[in-house]
Design a protein around this ligand. Structure first.
Ligand code: UDP
Ligand code: MN
Length: 298
């Protein structure tokens, strides 16, 4: 860990959403990447200022989530209910729920300026295919109504719930989430795909951070590129009989290596309670559910 890097100044000037970032407020953690993107930690922004600035821009923020098979009953209601309490409160929000069973989507009471759309998707065979199929489906959705009605979009896993304010401080042209289990690991040990035959492969020495596929976001244009890249990589690997180590997440990490994210979210934005208490994790925004794969996956 180290403090503010000089490039932070430039990136803060460029960042027209948060305006007032205070990277120096958290000297014990890394608050800026080597390419000048802010890493957002609790305390490095003023929530009121951020909210006011975003409000002036009259944005519509999309939140996509897939709930297929048993994930729907197990997670979707709590995900949406807690999003109503914490996700982009005060902004216009449109949820996109992708499911093979629209009728089973719970009716969650939505605040003013917030709506929910349900998109029918075919159920893929294996759970890996469900996860990986998301990139293709998202790409199509971003090229359709979602892309027309939202200015920024977050794409999230459903097996988590909001536990704190997740606001416009997280918005940027492209946004990556530091993985809670890996943010303090030596780069050499990060679980990137290393098999050179895979489209997701990173060579030794490559890779900045290990990002979590449970949360990523950005402008519609940036996400169109991201999802196209990942869907193509997944398709290419499959044609060669390959599957990257962490599926769509491996391809996402390759994309963010090639196209550096404009903003990085600290692990406070997507935390695993199983890790236990850490001094630098002040206020988690999203908490992972315990992994109960035996109940969820066939
Ligand atoms: N998912 C789903 N049904 C499935 C498998 C996956 O709806 O059968 C969706 C769901 O949104 C889930 C995400 O894909 O959160 C990623 O899968 P999972 O959370 O199991 O992967 P992990 O976070 O463990 O890598
Ligand atoms: Mn998950």
């Amino acid at each position: 860990p180290m403090g503010v890097c000089p490039a932070a100044t430039m990136s803060l000037l460029r960042d027209n959403f948060t305006g007032v970032l205070r990277p120096w407020a958290r000297p014990e953690v890394l608050t800026c990447t080597s390419w000048g993107a802010p890493i957002i930690w609790d305390g490095t922004f003023d929530p009121d200022v951020v909210q006011k600035k975003a409000g002036q821009k009259n944005l519509t923020i999309g939140l996509t989530v897939f709930a297929i098979g048993r994930y729907l009953e197990k997670y979707l209601a709590r995900f949406l209910e807690t999003a109503e309490q914490h996700f982009m409160v005060g902004q216009r929000v449109v949820y996109y729920v992708f499911t093979e069973r629209p009728a089973a989507v719970p009716r969650v009471a939505l605040g003013p300026g917030r709506r929910l759309r349900v998109e029918l998707v075919a159920r893929e065979g294996r759970w890996q295919d469900v996860c990986m199929g998301r990139m293709r489906t998202l790409h199509a959705a971003l090229g359709g109504r979602l892309g027309r009605e939202a200015s920024f979009v977050f794409c999230m896993d459903v097996d988590q719930h909001f536990s704190g304010a997740f606001g416009p401080e997280a918005l940027a042209e492209s946004v990556a989430q530091l993985h809670a289990w890996h943010y303090h690991w030596p780069r050499l040990l990060l679980p990137f795909e290393r098999d050179g035959r895979s489209a997701a492969a990173l060579a030794p020495g490559e890779g900045d951070f290990y990002y979590h596929a449970a949360v990523f976001g950005g402008s519609v244009a940036a996400l169109r590129e991201l999802t196209a890249h990942c869907a193509q990589g997944l398709r290419r690997d499959r044609a060669r009989g390959l599957e990257a180590r962490w599926h769509d997440e491996s391809h996402l990490n390759k994309f963010f290596w090639l196209h550096k994210p404009a903003k990085v979210l600290s692990p406070e934005f997507c935390w695993s309670p199983e890790i236990g208490r850490r001094a630098e994790i002040r206020r988690p925004r999203l908490l992972w559910a315990p992994k109960e794969y035996h109940l969820l996956r066939d």
